[in-house]
Design a protein. Structure first.
Length: 178
C-alpha cells in the first residue's frame, strides 16, 4: 500500500510542478513582450501570453491550460497596473484555456491534431471576447465603448495562434509529448 501512496504523491507533486511552470511561462510571456495598442483607452495589449496559453492547453489539456491562462495572466494584471482587470482576466483566460484544452484533447487526441488545435483556438476566441466585452460594459457603463477593444483582442489571438500551432507541432515531435 505504501508504494501506491508514494507513487500517487510523486505524480501529484510532478503535476503541481508542471502546472506552476506553465503559469510562470504564461506570466513571463505576457510580461516580457507586450505592446499597448493605440486604438482607444481600452484598446488592450498584444502579448505573447495568449500564444503560451494556447501551447499550455494544447500540450497539457484543459485543466492545466485553464490554470495557466487564468493565474498567469491574472498575475500579470495585478503587477502591471491593470489590477481592475484581474478578476475578468481570470475568468476570460481560464475559460479560454479550458476550451482550447477540452477541444484539443477531445476523443483521446491529446493535442495531436493540427486541425482540432486550430479549431480549439478559434472556438475559444468568441468566449474570451464576450467575457471582456461584458466586463467593459460593466466598467464603462456603455455597450459602445467595449467595441474598441475587439480589434486588439482579435490581433492578440491571431498572433497567439500563429505562434502556438507551429511550436506545438515541433514540441509534439519530442518524446516527452508523444
Amino acid at each position: 500500500m505504501k508504494a501506491t501512496t508514494a507513487g500517487y504523491s510523486n505524480l501529484r507533486t510532478f503535476d503541481l510542478i508542471i502546472t506552476a511552470m506553465l503559469i510562470a511561462l504564461v506570466f513571463v510571456a505576457t510580461l516580457t513582450l507586450n505592446i499597448r495598442l493605440p486604438i482607444a483607452a481600452n484598446g488592450g495589449l498584444v502579448h505573447l501570453g495568449t500564444g503560451m496559453l494556447f501551447i499550455a492547453s494544447i500540450l497539457f489539456g484543459p485543466k492545466k491550460g485553464a490554470l495557466a491562462g487564468a493565474i498567469g495572466m491574472g498575475l500579470f494584471d495585478l503587477v502591471s497596473g491593470w489590477t481592475l482587470w484581474a478578476p475578468f482576466t481570470i475568468v476570460a483566460r481560464g475559460l479560454q484555456g479550458y476550451i482550447v484544452g477540452k477541444i484539443a484533447w477531445s476523443n483521446g487526441r491529446k493535442g495531436s491534431s493540427m486541425s482540432f488545435n486550430l479549431l480549439a483556438a478559434i472556438v475559444s476566441i468568441p468566449v474570451m471576447l464576450a467575457v471582456y466585452f461584458l466586463c467593459e460594459r460593466v466598467l464603462f457603463g456603455s455597450w459602445i465603448i467595449p467595441v474598441a477593444s475587439i480589434p486588439g483582442n482579435l490581433v492578440q489571438n491571431v498572433v497567439g495562434i500563429i505562434i502556438a500551432l507551429p511550436v506545438c507541432v515541433l514540441l509534439k515531435k519530442v518524446s516527452v509529448f508523444k
